[in-house]
Design a protein around this ligand. Structure first.
Ligand code: TXA
Ligand code: MG
Length: 347
């Protein structure tokens, strides 16, 4: 049975609850905890048996590596072969925060964590409960997003319960996560560094610190790089149960294409949804219209994406038309998740 606790503020009774689930980690169990990005499904990163439980609970392919979470900068050194100067700079500027830094791994990191790679991704989350939990557990915590493999990442406690109640040893429920998309992942073992997954820390911010930074081609395109540097890239991701299609074109073309599709489906028994914005919701008269937020606030749209996809599921929507979003530095992460959720299906 899963031990579920609820923490909003870290008062004395919360600390006692936290200690109870931290002890589950020490005895080799799995515990879901909140971070500023999405909820994570954690286990002792140095215990291969515990790590296997993460993969089993999620139904995750075992060659997809996990991020190791720490609560302070000095915990990084024992996890990696060395810390490159440039990586140190990133830690100083962006940690605690939504940035995962890939470095060469130390021998102490089990291959179960890294999917057989000789590198490891490390992150210090910017969340008081996550930090307190990691400290209490007393070990680095390996944690993927706390969703069943292939599903949208969980940004709310109810998403975690839907996917993992009964499949993990403990769950820490808390407020909805701040950012709603997973961390930026940057590979610092290559020159120039490569962003493998965009997130709230943008390319422009990284380039300000590092100079040249490359972006993996598959961030916005449906390609599997020849040398798969991040095995997570090749799997289906974030998908709602309904069929999701991204509608491309000028704003007018998008509006007209979606309205044509809606009138085509009118009177049929299929439930159709539209993922729109505050500014464009009024364009559509049929179907279940849901807004991601304002076009002027990409962070709000990013925060809402995964929960909106799950809302379509709750409403039994069978086909979802999502408006494409103009690509820029601030929208790259959002577009990456939307395209992957759609399996790169475009009209
Ligand atoms: O915000 C986040 O990063 C959340 C919270 C819980 O911290 N975690 C998360 O983990 O999103 P996950 O497992 O869902 O995504 C980790 C991504 C995967 O795409 C994986 O392939 C990549 O990071 N990754 C992890 N370690 C890697 C490594 N050594 N080399 C290349 N890619 C790696
Ligand atoms: Mg994930």
């Amino acid at each position: 049975k899963t031990k579920i606790i609820n923490i909003e503020v870290l008062d004395e009774s919360a600390l006692a609850d936290l200690e109870a689930v931290a002890s589950l980690i020490r005895s080799g169990g799995t515990v879901v905890f909140p971070t500023e990005t999405v909820y994570g499904l954690g286990a002792d990163a140095l215990n291969p048996q515990a790590i296997k439980k993460i993969f089993a609970a999620k139904g995750r392919p075992d060659d997809n590596p996990l991020i190791v979470h720490v609560a302070s900068l000095d915990e990084v050194k024992p996890l990696v072969a060395n810390i490159p100067e440039q990586a140190k700079k990133l830690m100083q500027v962006f940690w605690p925060g939504p940035l995962t830094i890939i470095m060469e791994k130390a021998a102490s990191i089990p291959t179960e964590v890294t999917g057989g790679l000789n590198t490891v991704g490390v992150r210090l989350p910017d969340h008081p409960i996550a930090q307190a939990f990691i400290k209490m557990a007393g070990c680095p915590i390996a944690a993927p997003s706390a969703n069943r493999s292939g599903r949208p990442s969980p940004t709310q406690g109810k998403h975690v319960l839907e996917d993992l109640d009964g499949r993990v040893d403990g769950i820490i429920l808390s407020s909805d996560t701040d950012l709603g998309l997973e961390s930026t992942v940057i590979d610092m073992t290559v020159e120039p560094p490569v962003v493998l997954r965009p997130g709230d820390i943008t390319l422009a911010e990284l380039r300000e610190i590092l100079g040249e930074v490359a972006v993996s081609a598959n961030v916005t395109e449906n390609v599997v790089p020849e040398k798969i540097s991040s095995p997570g890239m090749k799997y289906t991701h974030y998908s709602p149960k309904g069929e999701l299609v991204v509608v491309k074109g000028s704003p007018e073309e998008i509006r007209d294409k979606i309205n044509r599709a809606l009138s085509h489906h009118k009177g049929k028994s299929m439930t159709i949804g539209v993922l729109a914005s505050d500014e464009t919701m009024g364009f559509y008269q049929e179907g279940l219209i849901i807004s991601l937020g304002s076009r002027n606030d990409p962070k709000e749209m990013a925060k809402n994406l995964f929960s909106r996809l799950r809302t379509f599921d709750e409403l039994g929507v069978e086909k979802i038309f999502a408006e494409d979003i103009p690509l820029n530095n601030e929208t790259l992460a959002l577009i990456n998740r939307l395209y992957k959720a759609a399996g790169y299906a475009f009209i």
